[in-house]
Structures are given as C-alpha cells and as structure tokens.
Design a protein around this ligand. Structure first.
Ligand code: BGC
Length: 477
C-alpha cells in the first residue's frame, strides 16, 4: 500500500479527462508481454502442423482420415480447453489459469516429441489443444482487465500480432527442420516459449477485476495501485468496478445467462463475432495455402513453401495496421474496410479460377489476391474480434461469455479445417471462393446492424449500457 500513499498528491479529483492523460506504468507492459507470450504459443500451435504433417504421414503410414484427425484433434482439445477455461479462470484466477496453460503446453509438446504411435501423438495434440484453449481464453481477458482503457484495443491487437508471429515462427522452424526431416524437433521448440510463459506467469500480478469479483477489494486496490500512475486513476476505476458489481446483483456466469436476457445478448454477440471471424475463411489460407497456390498454377514444393512463408509474413506485417489505428479510428471503420477487402479479393480469386490461371500474370494475380485477403483479415477481423469479445461482457459473466465465444472460435476453426477440402472437391474452387466472397460481403451488414463501437469507453460503461437494454450496436455510445 506504500505505493498508494506516494501517489495521493498526484491524485486530486479524478475526471475521465485527467485519467485519459495519465502515464502507463511499466508493470502494465510486463503483463502485456506475458499475455503476448500466450499469443505466440497460440500461433505456433496453429502453424506447426502444416509443415510437420507430411513427415508424420511418412513415418506412420496413416490414411487421409487419420491424417485429418491428427490435424483436427488439436482443435477438439482447444474447444474443450476454451469452454473449461471460464471455470478455471473464474475459480483460480487469470494468473493461475495462465500457469496451468503453460504446464499443459510443456506436457503436450513433450508427449508429441516422444510419441512412437499415432495414439500417443494425438494425445499430445489434444493436450496442446487444451493448453491453447485455456491460453486463447485467458490472455485477452487478462489484458482487457489490467490495461487502462485508452490502450486496451492496442494491447489486444498486440496479442494478435504475437499470434501471427507464432504462426510465422512455426512456418520458418518447420522449413528449417524439414532439411533433417524431423517433425519431432518441430514440436520440441514449443518447449522454449512454454517455459517462458510459466516463469512469466509467476511474475505478473492477479487481475484487479477478478479480485474484486471475489470480494477481495483491498487486494484489488493494491494491485490496481501498482498498475496505474495516479491514485486518481485507482479511485476512479475502483469506483467503476464496485458500481458494475452492484448493478449485476447476485447471479453470475451460467445463472446470469439463464436469468438475464441482456447478458444473453452479449453472449450471442460474442459467439457470432467469433464464428464470423472463422467463416471469413482465414484458416483455409493458413492450413491450405500450398494447396491453393497449386490450384492457382504454382507447382513444386519449394514454390508453395515460399508462398506459405510470404503469407505468414504478410499476416504479421498487416496486423500493425490494426495496432496503429484501432484506438484512433475505432473498431467499426476498420472492420468495414477489412471485410470489403476480403470480399473483393475472394471474388477475384474465384474469377481467376473460373477462367483458368493459365498465364504467369494470372498466377501472380491469384497469389496477390490471397495476400490481399490476408491483409484484409490481419488488419481487421484478426485482432478486432478478440478485442471486442473481451470488451462486451459484463464483469460477473465475463468468464462465461468469453468462454462461450472462444469455444465458438475453435468450433468454427474445426469446421473450416474439416469442410474446406470437402467443398473444394464437391463444388470446385470458383464456387468455394465465390461463396467466401459473398459471406464476407454479408459480414459488412452484420457489423452495421449489431456491432458496437467500443473505442475509448470503459468496460463498466459498456456493461451499464448493455444491462440497461440499449441495442447492441449502441452499447459503446
Ligand atoms: C484466429 C486464428 C487464425 C489467426 C491467423 C486468429 O485471430 O483466431 O484462427 O489462425 O488469427 O492470424
């Protein structure tokens, strides 16, 4: 509490304006760094399989059904992990949930490394999935609860940046280990960030909002005073948290979902947002980029390998657009632009596949369309959906609400991974990508009708609007 006394002179009467200009203390950045590490692991887990699967198939001589199961077992684990993470992070707290996730990462990676049968490998993938499910739930939630509102969007976008860096790192590490044909090493490298996450989680503070929801107000205040630069900010936020907790009454989590129709609206919005994110088709590109490049006329393993790395790099770089603009322009303008870009690029790809990519110019245009699509996703739906999902849930139902939306993310992810090849084989490339173009265009209408603008507004204000029955698209006003 010593911290707090020394801050009282700079306190005075807190106003939203004075708070908006207060400094960001280093401890906030430490917490962001830790959550970012969870994002890195999330991305590495998604990216590692694309390069490893070929060697796994070669070693175990598995059928294409089993091959699909080795890939998708991780998503099954992640769905279970995300749905269970709400309970874990509510009961044990965000910090312990991150610790648990790092341990699961370590165990999953080690089991995969030593797997000498497909069954053991699948067990390792499921444990890795559980880890990524818990991490993908907890990290954005933790970030939304420890960062001041004026940098909240930026920090959650930074988390998404680390997801993309993780995917790229896995693509590159896969390529490097492919020279010695070792898929075990590809999984082995996961141990390093997992260990860092474990030690990092030991060092960061608990979430003040979780402590307050557990009636531990003194500790909440103590932690908040280490995360804010003036006592004015601490007083203001503690006041908002108390008010939010009182407004919500006794019902929490699932009980709140059953009894509170306004909370049900935010849960459905979160689930819909994550399904929208997955049905943009981004993971079609992440998992099947080499296949798409081959369809567009590029042949040979090295050509598609390089194209895949370029895709991963584009994904990383375009995420910076969101980081720079999310808290300046707001969420909705960026989402409109992103869905528009994705719709147009998919329509172009569909058209090229329809007329047949038989010239070099058309092949490169097709590749350009894929890269432009990745830019559209990375600057918008990638970071923004995670941000919005962490922002729209009221405090007492936050774990339940974000658990549901993160679970929806992984179910959508599973469906896309599983059904894209089936669609491609059934109705062909032009129709498959044509449908994706249409779906992305429809998402513009979805944003217009249902998505709120949450830029620069406190979580407590958003929930006050939600619980008072304002239409969803106005809860950020
Ligand atoms: C999505 C993942 C996707 C990744 C690509 C994330 O926001 O949830 O499914 O693979 O972005 O960068």
């Amino acid at each position: 509490m010593a911290n707090q006394t020394s801050k009282s002179e700079s306190g005075g009467q807190p106003t939203p304006e004075s708070i908006a200009h207060a400094d960001i203390v280093p401890k906030v950045w430490l917490s962001c760094g830790l959550a970012a590490l969870a994002g890195l692991l999330f991305g590495m887990d998604i990216g590692v399989i694309s390069g490893a699967i070929g060697f796994i198939v070669k070693e175990f001589h598995v059928s294409s059904f089993v091959e699909g199961w080795i890939v998708s077992s991780m998503m099954v684990g992640a769905t279970i992990g995300a749905l269970g993470a709400g309970w874990v992070s509510k009961t044990l707290g965000r910090k312990k949930a991150l610790l648990l996730s790092s341990l699961l990462f370590l165990i999953g990676a080690l089991v995969a490394v030593i797997a000498h049968s497909v069954t053991v490998l699948v067990v390792g993938r499921i444990v890795l999935g559980l880890a990524v499910g818990v991490a993908s739930f907890t990290a954005p939630l933790y970030l939304s609860e420890v960062t001041p509102e004026r940098i909240r969007g930026t920090t959650i976008s930074f988390y998404q940046l680390m997801v993309t860096v993780g995917i790229l790192a896995a693509f590159i590490s896969d390529a490097a280990f492919s020279y010695i044909e070792s898929w075990r090493w590809m999984f082995g490298v996961l141990v390093i960030p997992a260990a860092l996450l474990f030690f990092g989680a030991l060092a960061v503070p608990n979430s003040p909002r979780w402590l307050a929801a557990k009636d531990r107000f003194d500790e909440a205040r103590d932690v908040l005073s280490k995360l804010r630069s003036t006592s004015g900010e601490v007083d203001y936020e503690m006041g908002e948290i108390r008010e939010a907790l009182e407004l919500e009454g006794e019902a929490k989590g699932f009980q709140m979902f059953r009894h509170n129709p306004n909370f049900r609206r935010s849960v459905f919005l979160g689930v819909a947002l994550q399904l929208v994110q997955q049905f943009t088709g981004m993971n079609v590109i992440m998992y099947y980029a080499p296949k798409i490049f081959q369809l567009s006329g590029f042949d040979g393993t090295s050509a598609s390998l390089w194209a895949t790395v370029v895709t991963g790099l584009t994904n990383v770089l375009a995420t910076f657009i969101a980081i720079v603009f999310i808290d300046r322009l707001g969420r909705k303008p960026i989402l409109y632009a992103g869905f528009f870009i994705m719709a147009v690029s998919m329509a172009v790809l569909s058209f090229i596949l329809h007329i047949g990519a038989d010239s070099t110019v058309l092949q490169y245009t097709a590749m350009g369309a894929v890269l432009v699509f990745v830019v559209g996703f990375a600057m918008s739906a990638g970071p923004l959906i995670w941000t919005l999902c962490a922002e729209i849930q009221p405090i007492q139902g936050r774990d339940f609400g974000i658990g549901a939306s993160t679970g929806a993310n992984w179910i959508g992810n599973y469906c896309v991974g599983q059904f894209f090849p089936v669609m491609l084989a059934g109705i062909g490339g032009p129709w498959t990508f044509g449908i994706l173009a249409l779906v992305n265009a429809l998402f513009i209408v979805f944003v217009l009708k249902f998505v709120p603008e949450t830029k620069g507004i406190s979580l407590e204000k958003i929930e006050k609007n939600l619980l008072s029955g304002k239409p969803l698209k106005q809860i950020g006003v």
